[in-house]
Structures are given as structure tokens and as C-alpha cells.
Design a protein around this ligand. Structure first.
Ligand SMILES: CC(C)(COP(=O)(O)OP(=O)(O)OC[C@H]1O[C@@H](n2cnc3c(N)ncnc32)[C@H](O)[C@@H]1OP(=O)(O)O)[C@@H](O)C(=O)NCCC(=O)NCCS
Length: 179
């Protein structure tokens, strides 16, 4: 029998995917955020991976955005920030998350990027273990405070204390990173 993971296509996002990544009502509040992310993708600043099967439709996603050197992350080099990483519950623990992470690491490496950073909510211990198994380590604490305009035009604030985690993806060119 064919392995389910072999039926998954990992491809770049299309504008027509925007409604689907709201997962019904669950992420509708991020509609404007996703549109901004999509504009960044069109401008070449983001890479948006979508995982899809013919039978199940969109089953996962992960976004990677290139950032300029920043004192709180990598003060010397551009880096990438991984976000909106999720696999639909029915398809978890089948290896898709690991595959999506690999797609991000290859894409970052192809761009000559040295480090991928991400924020992992402190309430999400299982994800921290998942990232650690995949070579990410805790870099610092992050208060996890951010705001955005929701789909109704309302300003929303979210506070989700997190660990900022990092992985060096381009070993040869990288230098030690001072905290
Ligand atoms: C984290 C996530 C993307 C991993 O995707 P996945 O396809 O299940 O990943 P894989 O099958 O490659 O690896 C599964 C491993 O992740 C772990 N895991 C981490 N978070 C998990 C979660 N919320 N639910 C289920 N498994 C989770 C599993 O325990 C499993 O570990 P194991 O290999 O020791 O059994 C997925 O669990 C998910 O979408 N979680 C909810 C959203 C989320 O937490 N995103 C990360 C935000 S920082």
C-alpha cells in the first residue's frame, strides 16, 4: 500500500489558497495577516509552503519570511522567521511536519540564509520537543506579545509567552552567534 506521506505534494501557496488556510472559522481572525504575508511572498520576501493531497485537500502549511539583520535575532546576517506552522489534526504524527521543516531548511539554505528562528509557545511543550528533535534549540524567551487587525477591522492583541528557537541551516558560512 502507498504510504500516505508519498501522496502529499508540497508546493508554494497560491492566492486561491487564502480562504482555505483559514480552516473554516478557526483562523478567520488572521485574514488580513495572511493577505500581508501573501503580499510579502509576491515581493519575494516570504516562502509559503502548502501541503496538499488530491484526496484530502490542504493538510498543512508553513511560512518562512526573510528578515534583515536584527539585534534581537542575528545582528549581522539576514535570517528567516518560521511561522504559521500547522498540520491538520487528522494528519499529525505521520511525518508531514518533519517534511515541511525540511522544505523550509532547504529553501533557506538555497538563499544562503544561515539561521532559521521561530517562536514556540511555552504552553506547547510537545512542539518544543518536536523542534528539538529536529535540531532547533532555545535561543531566548519571548514575551509573545503582538497585535494585528482582524477580519472585522478590530485591533486585537495576543499574549502567548514563547521560546524563540533557532537552527543553523548553513553551517559552512555561519559564525558563532553571541546572545
Ligand atoms: C507541530 C506539528 C506541525 C507537527 O506536525 P506533524 O505532522 O505531526 O509532525 P511529525 O509527524 O513529523 O512529527 C510528529 C511529532 O511531533 C510531536 N508533536 C508536537 N506537537 C504536537 C501536537 N500539537 N499534536 C500532536 N503531535 C505533536 C508528536 O509528539 C510527534 O512526536 P514523536 O515523533 O515523538 O511521536 C503538528 O503537531 C501541529 O500542527 N501542531 C499544532 C500546531 C502547532 O503547535 N504548531 C507549531 C507552532 S510553534
Amino acid at each position: 500500500m502507498q504510504n500516505w506521506l508519498d501522496t502529499v505534494e508540497i508546493r508554494l501557496m497560491r492566492e486561491t489558497d487564502l480562504p482555505s488556510i483559514e480552516w473554516g472559522e478557526e483562523y478567520i481572525r488572521y485574514r488580513k495577516v495572511y493577505r500581508d504575508v501573501y503580499r510579502n511572498f509576491l515581493a519575494g520576501r516570504s516562502i509559503l509552503w502548502i501541503a496538499e493531497t488530491e484526496k484530502d485537500g490542504i493538510v498543512g502549511q508553513v511560512f518562512l519570511t526573510q528578515k534583515n539583520p536584527h539585534e534581537l535575532f542575528d545582528p549581522e546576517h539576514p535570517y528567516m522567521l518560521l511561522s504559521s506552522f500547522r498540520v491538520k489534526p487528522a494528519f499529525r504524527n505521520l511525518g508531514l511536519g518533519t517534511l515541511l521543516l525540511k522544505a523550509c531548511e532547504i529553501a533557506a539554505g538555497d538563499r544562503g540564509i544561515q539561521r532559521i528562528f521561530l517562536n514556540c509557545a511555552r504552553s506547547n511543550q510537545r512542539s518544543r520537543a518536536f523542534y528539538e528533535r529536529n535540531g532547533y534549540s532555545v535561543f531566548r524567551d519571548d514575551p509573545g506579545r503582538w497585535s494585528y487587525i482582524d477580519h472585522l477591522g478590530q485591533l486585537r492583541e495576543e499574549i502567548d509567552p514563547a521560546w524563540t528557537m533557532v537552527k543553523v541551516v548553513n553551517q559552512q558560512e555561519s559564525e558563532p552567534l553571541e546572545e
